[in-house]
Design a binder for this molecule. Sequence first.
Ligand code: SF4
Length: 236
Amino acid sequence: MTTLRIAEIFGPTIQGEGALIGEPTLFVRAGGCDYRCTWCDSMHAVDSAFRHDWAPMSPQAVWEELHRLSEGQPVTVSLSGGNPAIQDFGPLIALGRAQGYRFACETQGSVARPWFSDLDTLVLSPKPPSSGERVDWDIFADCVEAGRGARSTVMKIVIFDQTDYDWAKDAHGRHPDLPLYLQPGNPEVDPETPVDPQALADRLGWLTETAMADRWFAPRILPQLHVLIWGNKRGV
Ligand code: SF4
């Protein structure tokens, strides 16, 4: 029987970024990741030092918690992490969809899963050079293929600097059919450190002006709404 490692389940709140920005959402944060991005804002769901805090849960137990939090009203469920693709979320998706819930999943595209095709929204978020990770584009293409049955598959890229920006253009050139979302990176990831709203606005302004000056009109450029509202606080 499937046992999931779950770092946290929370919501309803709004989705703070990407294609579903603003949408009321429940979050299931999976524990464990095959990457170690330098600017990861979810190390409590990545670093094995936190593994004792990850709850082993059956898909049924996760589903019951989602049902409780939403008081039985169907809503979008976002599978995030960590990397949810290293676990088997197929049974949970089947349980929720049978009751009218919608499922999105955000993953870097390093592991392809058959259950991607059962999603409403697959968000593939390849990590740019500033992350310190390297994308395997063959596996990424497998992920795109695995998600062909999903209602939509999109690409989201976090941009910290000009190198990331140039890389994002190349990344999108490999999969020009995927709608593209860019967001400026947030170097402040400590939940105890207040964010600087002007610094957030400056980074968003730089990214917007860079793309417009470049006449690159493919991406939608968005802030992280939850950071604007709650800073780096967790569980919101
Ligand atoms: S892929 Fe995502 S969760 Fe994993 S280390 Fe990178 S930013 Fe963190």
